[in-house]
Design a protein around this ligand. Structure first.
Ligand code: PLP
Length: 393
C-alpha cells in the first residue's frame, strides 16, 4: 500500500500506513483484523461514528433515488436541512451549502465584503482574525489564518485585507474605518484547543454590533454538538451575523455550510456545482436528527462528563507529562510539557492502537465520535495509559 500511495498520490501529508477496512462507532479495524479505538473521528468529521446504521441507510436510500441534480432545481433535503439548522441554532437565518470548511469560510468572506461595499459611504473590506487561528487551505483562507508560518512565499501574492489580532482585547486596537468583520473560532482547534472566555466574547459581539462590524464565527470544528450545544455560539449565547460549519455536519460526507442572518447575496453572487446536493444534505439531515435525539436523551452530556473524568485522572496521574486538560465537550486536549512529549505520545499511541491527534505546539487532541460508548472510552484510555506508563519512567 505504501508504494502505491507514494507512486501516485501527491505527498502533502505525513501519512501513517495502516490499512483500515472497516469501522464501527469509535472502533476501527485494519486489514489484519486489529482493532483501534478512534479518538479522532477523522478530525472531527465522523460525528455519529463509523458505519452508523441510520446514516448509512439514509445514504443508501438516497443514492438509489437521486444523488445530484444541481442548484438550478429545488432540492428537498437541502431546504429541510437549512430549516433544521435554523431551528436547532435558535437563530433566524438562511444557509448556503458548500463542500468544505475552507469553502464555507470563503463564502462567508464574500458575504462580508459585499456587506462592506453596499453599507456605508466608503468600501469596508478588512477582516480581523486572530493569532493562532485556522480557517482553511485555499489561498484566501490560508491568508485569513493568523499563523505566520502558513503564509509561505510559495503561494503569494495573497489577497489583501486581513489584519491579525493577538487576542480578543487586541481586536479593538486593530479596528479602523475599513474594518467590515471579525472572523474567529470560539475554541481554536488546529491552533491547540484554546477556548475563549465567554464574557469576553459576549462583550465583543455587543461592541461589534454597535459599530456595524460583522461577527463571523468559524464553527467548522466546533459546530454540530461538538461542544455540547448544537453550536458553540449557543453555548456562548451569542448571535453572530455569519456562522460557518463543515466537519461534523455530514458524518463523513463532504459538506460545508454558511449560515447567516444577513440578506446580502443575490442570484449570481455565489454558487457551487456540488454544494447542497441530495446526498450531502440528506447526510446532514440524518446526522442532525441523530445527534439532536442523542443530546435530548442525556447521553451526549454523560459522555462529556465521563471523557472529562478520564482526562482529569490522567493529567493528575502523570504530572511529569502534562500541564493541564483543555477544551470543552468532545473537543479536548492534554497540554504536554513540550513538543517532544507530544511527538512521542502521538507516535506511540498508534502502536498501542489508539488514535489521537496533535494540535498546536504541545497538545494531544481528542475529537472522538460524539456517540462513542463508555466501553470505547475506557478501552481507549487504558491503551493510552500504556503509552504514558512507558514514557513516564
Ligand atoms: C478544519 C477547519 C477548517 C478547514 O476545513 P476544510 O474542510 O478542511 O476546508 C476551517 N476552519 C476550522 C476552524 C477548521 O477546524
Amino acid at each position: 500500500m505504501e508504494n502505491l500511495d507514494k507512486q501516485y498520490v501527491l505527498p502533502t501529508y505525513a501519512r501513517n500506513y495502516i490499512n483500515f477496512v472497516k469501522g464501527s462507532n469509535a472502533t476501527l479495524f485494519d486489514e489484519n483484523g486489529n482493532d483501534y479505538i478512534d479518538f479522532t473521528s477523522g478530525i472531527g468529521v465522523v460525528s455519529v461514528g463509523h458505519s452508523n446504521e441510520r446514516l448509512s441507510n439514509a445514504l443508501c436510500e438516497q443514492a438509489k433515488n437521486i444523488i445530484h441534480i444541481s442548484n438550478l432545481y429545488y432540492i428537498e433535503p437541502q431546504a429541510k436541512l437549512a430549516k433544521k439548522i435554523a431551528e436547532l441554532s435558535g437563530i433566524e437565518g438562511k444557509t448556503f451549502f458548500a463542500n468544505s470548511g475552507a469553502e464555507a469560510n470563503e463564502g462567508a468572506l464574500k458575504i462580508a465584503r459585499k456587506y462592506g461595499e453596499v453599507n456605508g459611504e466608503i468600501k469596508r473590506y478588512k477582516v480581523i482574525t486572530l493569532k493562532n487561528s485556522f480557517h482553511g487551505r485555499t489561498i484566501t483562507t490560508v491568508k485569513a489564518t493568523g499563523q505566520e508560518k502558513m503564509h509561505t512565499s510559495y503561494f503569494g501574492p495573497y489577497p489583501d485585507g486581513f489584519v491579525y489580532a493577538d487576542d480578543i482585547a487586541d481586536i479593538y486596537n486593530k479596528i479602523d474605518n475599513k474594518t467590515v468583520a471579525v472572523m474567529m473560532e470560539l475554541i481554536q482547534g488546529e491552533g491547540g484547543v484554546y477556548p475563549f472566555d465567554k464574557e469576553e466574547v459576549q462583550k465583543l459581539a455587543d461592541e461589534l454590533k454597535k459599530r456595524d462590524i460583522l461577527l463571523i464565527i468559524d464553527e467548522v470544528q466546533t459546530g454540530v454538538y461538538r461542544t455540547g450545544e448544537f453550536l458553540a455560539s449557543n453555548l456562548y449565547e451569542i448571535k453572530p451575523d455569519i456562522i460557518t460549519m463543515a466537519k461534523g455536519l455530514g458524518g463523513g460526507v463532504p459538506i460545508g455550510a454558511i449560515f447567516t442572518t444577513l440578506d446580502v447575496l443575490s442570484p449570481g453572487d455565489h454558487g457551487s456545482t456540488f454544494g447542497g446536493n441530495y446526498l450531502s444534505t440528506r447526510a446532514g439531515l440524518e446526522v442532525c436528527d441523530i445527534l439532536e435525539e442523542y443530546k435530548n436523551s442525556g447521553k451526549l452530556d454523560e459522555n462529556f462528563i465521563y471523557f472529562e473524568e478520564k482526562l482529569n485522572e490522567i493529567a493528575k496521574k502523570y504530572p511529569k507529562l502534562f500541564e493541564e486538560v483543555a477544551g470543552l465537550g468532545m473537543m479536548r486536549a492534554l497540554r504536554c510539557r513540550g513538543s517532544e512529549v507530544q511527538d512521542i505520545i502521538y507516535k506511540e499511541a498508534h502502536n498501542e492502537k489508539v488514535l489521537v491527534l496533535k494540535a498546536g505546539r504541545n497538545s494531544i487532541r481528542f475529537l472522538p465520535p460524539l456517540t462513542i460508548t463508555k466501553d470505547e472510552i475506557k478501552e481507549g484510555f487504558d491503551r493510552f495509559e500504556k503509552v504514558l506508563k512507558r514514557i513516564n519512567d
